[in-house]
Design a protein around this ligand. Structure first.
Ligand code: GLU
Length: 506
């Protein structure tokens, strides 16, 4: 194991994990595994107001389903635990105190109402209010008070926040593994809150302290965190710590490319945006998941991996080991990737056709049982083998091949109109007699017998085959007729022909 490569996935349990989050976890995982480093799961649950019941469990179950494994996590423990920030809360205050003592942070006592008024005022003047070098000297904070005054307020239990003191008039240069060099002027950054009088750190402080204490070497996260990077680098500087390397991943965009793929897009546009189904614990609202929609985790992961990264070759199909071997953070693009729901289905189809017929049978049998149909696994496997090229999901097997399990009782009206002529019944009964006489009821024998029967009688191939298909399937769809007859067997074939002839009336 390479002790120096340590990455983390650090979700906040504020709801279900969106596929963008899964992709972030995946890239971290691929990066770590490729270099034999460690992959850490850290739950960032310091924001009590946004905490959602069940979200952490959902995150763990989702990543588990995807095959993304952790070396250290809340469940597994590890040398740098605990891995849930709420269980580390005692730890953060000393770092906040340290920054105050070194002059990098200060106490601010402005009330939320006062700040809101300033914000409104700023909006009116079209000069957005920011708490920074320009405004901080007029506000209620320890920089403008005597130490005694500040101490008195603290002693009296007056609510406060600790703010980072952004250094004035400096250019912060950041190096991102994906974006290269990015520069920001410090006067555009606000004095972010690091710690609150309820004893809780904010994301920024807890995240930096934990990345440092957990010896994280590379921070790989979504682009939405890029604006926080200058602050994070300044925090490292203020503590006198070496920062990790950073890589900010491009956004996942809506299928039309117009904006970030959001939690709301999924069911609105007809595809899931969550790995697993999620039920909101408060509203009871359900959002669909890839797993329940019938996706294989391998297909889901393969599809996600290629949304933002490319291997530099034409290869599209990768299993997890293949992804680990091919992954290179340098090949992650800068611009957003459009999510393509059809491509997602294409990936599932690719994985489906590569599965063994026996595996497909195992997956389809429970769906048959739900319909109160019992069938032999070997039979279902043969059906699956015959139909798999037509399937995107195992559940499509019913739509494509219900007639393998249930004889038609109704017949497609359009097909009847087009294919059922006055002499068709006699012709079909004749055909049944011929089929009955066949010794071996196997695909090749059936094929050649039917062919020579048609030739001898001088019938049209189309007329016979289309009517026969209607009798066996009920519609005009389905695979090769001789394959169908072989599978359902001689007795059932004859039964369907004779039943249909008495049932269909034009
Ligand atoms: N808790 C943050 C999130 O929910 C983590 C961001 C980071 O990786 O620094 O995305």
């Amino acid at each position: 194991m390479n002790q120096t490569i340590r990455v983390r996935f650090a979700p906040s349990p504020t709801g279900p994990l969106h596929i963008g989050g899964v992709r972030t976890a995946l890239y971290n995982y691929l990066f770590a595994r490729k270099q034999h480093g460690s992959m850490i799961l850290r739950i960032e649950d310091t924001d009590q107001a946004r905490f959602v019941q069940g979200a952490e469990q959902y995150i763990t179950e989702s990543l588990n389903w995807c095959g993304i494994e952790f070396d250290e996590s809340p469940g597994k423990g590890g040398p740098y635990g605990p891995y849930r920030q709420s269980e580390r809360r005692e730890l953060y205050q000393q770092y906040s105190d340290q920054l105050i003592a070194s002059g990098h942070a200060y106490y601010a006592f402005d009330t939320p109402e006062e700040l809101e008024a300033l914000r409104k005022e700023g909006e009116k003047r079209k000069q957005p209010f920011i708490y920074n070098i320009l405004s901080r000297q007029h506000l209620r904070n320890s920089l403008n008070q005597s130490p005694q005054e500040t101490q008195q307020l603290l002693d009296s239990g007056y609510p406060y926040v600790v703010r980072f003191r952004i250094p004035e008039n400096t250019v912060i240069t950041m190096d991102d593994l994906i974006r290269g060099k990015v520069q920001v002027h410090s006067d555009t950054i606000d004095d972010k809150v690091l710690f609150k009088s309820d004893g809780m750190p904010t994301y920024h402080l807890a995240n930096i302290v934990d990345d440092h204490l957990m010896k994280i070497s590379h921070v790989i996260r979504g682009e939405e965190w890029l604006p926080s990077l200058p602050l994070h680098l300044l925090l490292y500087q203020a503590f006198g710590w070496d920062p990790p390397l950073f890589a900010h991943l491009p956004l996942l965009l809506k299928p039309d490319g117009n904006g970030k793929l959001s939690k709301r897009d999924g069911d609105r546009l007809g595809f899931p945006v969550f790995p697993l189904q999620w039920e909101d614990p408060v509203t009871g609202e359900k959002s669909s998941g890839y797993k329940e929609a019938g996706y294989y985790p391998e297909a889901f992961i393969n599809m996600l991996a290629l949304l933002g990264w490319n291997p530099g070759t034409e290869q599209e199909l990768f299993d997890m080991d293949g992804l680990i071997a091919a992954f290179d953070i340098g090949r992650v693009g800068k611009s957003g990737s459009k999510f393509d729901p059809d491509k997602a289905k294409w990936f599932n189809h690719q994985y489906l056709i590569r599965r063994s017929n026996a595996a497909l049978s195992d997956e389809f049998l429970p769906l048959l049982r739900e319909r109160n149909i019992s069938a032999k696994p070997e039979y279902v496997a043969k059906v699956a083998g015959l139909l798999k090229e037509r399937l995107q999901f195992v559940s499509d097997l019913w739509e494509e091949g219900s007639f393998f399990f249930q004889a038609p009782i109704t017949y497609d009206e359009q097909v009847i109109k087009k294919r059922w002529k006055a002499d068709t019944p006699t012709l079909m009964l004749d055909l049944a007699t011929m089929l009955e006489s066949l010794e071996a009821f196997e695909e090749e024998e059936i094929d050649s017998a039917v062919k020579s029967w048609i030739e001898t009688k001088g019938y049209g191939m189309g007329a016979v085959m289309n009517a026969l298909r209607l009798l066996l399937v009920g519609t005009s769809k389905g695979p090769h007729l001789a394959s169908i007859m072989t599978l359902i067997g001689k007795a059932e074939t004859l039964r369907r022909i004779r039943f249909g002839v008495t049932t269909i009336h034009t």
